[in-house]
Write a protein that binds this ligand. Sequence first.
Ligand code: IVH
Length: 677
Amino acid sequence: MNLPKQKIQKRAEQLREQLQKAAYAYYVEDNPIMEDEVYDRLYRELQTLEAEHPEIVTPDSPTQRVGDKPADKFQSVKHNIPLYSLDNAFNIEEFANWEKRWKDRLENPIDSEYVCELKIDGSALALTYENGILVRGATRGDGETGEEITQNVKTIRSIPLKLQVDNPPSRVEVRGESFLPLDTFDRINQDREANGEAPFANPRNAAAGTLRQLDPQVVDRRQLQFFAYTLYIPGEDGDRPFHTHQEALQKLQEFGFLVNPNQTICRSLEDVAQYYDRWNEERRQLPYMTDGVVVKLNDIELQQRLGFTQKAPRWAIALKYPAEEVPTTVESVTVQVGRTGALTPVANLNPVQLAGTTVSRATLHNGDRIAELDLHIGDTVVVRKAGEIIPEVVRVLPELRPENAPAVEMPKTCPECGQPVVKPEDEAVTRCVNASCPAILRGSLKHWASRGALDIDGLGEKLISQMVDRRFVQSVADLYQLQPETLVVLERMGKKSAEKLVGAIAASQQQPWFRVLYGLGIRHVGSVNAQTLAQRFPSVDELATATVEDIAAVEGIGEIIASAIVDWFGIPANRESIDRLREAGLQLQGTPSQPETESNAHIQGQTFVLTGTLPNLMRNEAKSLIEKAGGKVTGSVSKKTNYVVVGDSAGSKLAKAEKLGIPLLSEEALLELLEAR
Ligand code: IVH
């Protein structure tokens, strides 16, 4: 079709205008005015026209958002107006001091009016418009000089390529924060993990990393967003021709920018404190990360009178939220041994305040994690607290490593019994496999006595420790040989309590076979699986002689569980232990009359999400345990989730739970909750 040039030009202009309006409605106003298909058709029509007539392409055309040529490298650019940073206050008292300071600088103390805004945790951008057209986008850099990333900035749909006013000023400078919405961040990290790439530590790093991508197509796919917060219109009377900051924000909106809607005027310290407290709570419901609030004096003239220090305005301050990730140093590493023999390394830290509590220890999970972190003693590390779980080391800052700092390594022998430890190639966990390791014994006894197992009243952790130290017991079967006279030598153990304890131990001989089975602490055999197994194998002898296939044929029991059972009975010491329990009079046979379930007030009506690999429980088992106690297990984290149970290699569900502030539980914490009454 050979349309006259003028007509083509006109049609292209019309299309650009419609597409621009539609994109604004969609990305800035969050109120779409046309269907995606209609948008796509119009977009393609414009693309075709421009391809056939390259001379009609304008820099503000929506087709120019995503360039197809990757950059070789970025040029550095000097900012026309420097990008200042902000001074920080970490609580309202520090804010009050700041308020006093600025008031003291002025001759006559004046009433102040603040604009409070959210502090978006992203990456600052400087945008330059000439005659209404976006001509340059740059990173902050050191505030004076940044990198020119115009191609990348153009992919951000909430940044107008052309200011939406009829007679734009000849030059406009806009500052704001680009960021990745949390759902986009999750998606990117999922993709990265699926491709074997290291996930981004947080949305801020992800945003900064994305902006410095050389290929604009990649940037486009990442879907960055932008909130504008500063406007300069250089002219004869300076560069801020407005009376108040709010007027500037208003103007930014008229120009077509997205301004964060949660800003408000505060007229007193109390108002500011209220805004800060409110958003410290509500930030978890926001679809993007914020790390505090920014308080700015509204009056531009007052701002000008106060001016700047070397690096920050005197008329604004960032009031930060209590940190959830803080740096500290690692003083030593202790390795704990659990009931299953699993070795868990724990970092002993120089104590720090983290989200309101003092933290002096953080889990390192396992040897693979230590290797991944490349941790050395003396390293500065970033620790994070995730709900109720003990804090963890998120990353190491290797630049701060002291000279000759020794690398942390998992021990080759068990720190409790000195026997060699084993680490299967395909597992992250290192284990002590010495059946008489005191740490394993303590854990086994504690599990044996627990409520879901033999339920021995009064046999707690402290008592167990003493009995193991004094070698009163070397296996669970030894419990049944204890005499009150032996026990009285233990701390705080009178004749009466010793008799009571021996009585409680003897009473446990009546507990049914499935409880004994659970009490044995075979990997993956929790109380639900124990009941299921006891239905099909109503005696220990039947179970001990069953093959993996026999066991895996039981509904709800998979091969992993079946192999764990067969392996367990394959160990002579375990078979010996069964013989001794038989001699001690424990119930090693009998069908459970009906599955024992007990609804539990802590679990009843609560919704759980499971994520990652739990150290002992299989997922189906954790699920049944929760369900039998009256809880519900769902597949995805939402505001309605009450708890997220977190295992190793937990991914986006954990991130989402943290974002929503949902309590996290380790397997151990879940079991405690299940046992609580
Ligand atoms: S105002 C001179 N407002 O915080 C004014 N900054 O810690 C300086 N930021 O580099 C900036 N949200 O990247 C301002 N509502 C907001 C902000 C904000 C996030 C960032 C900005 C700045 C950093 C300083």
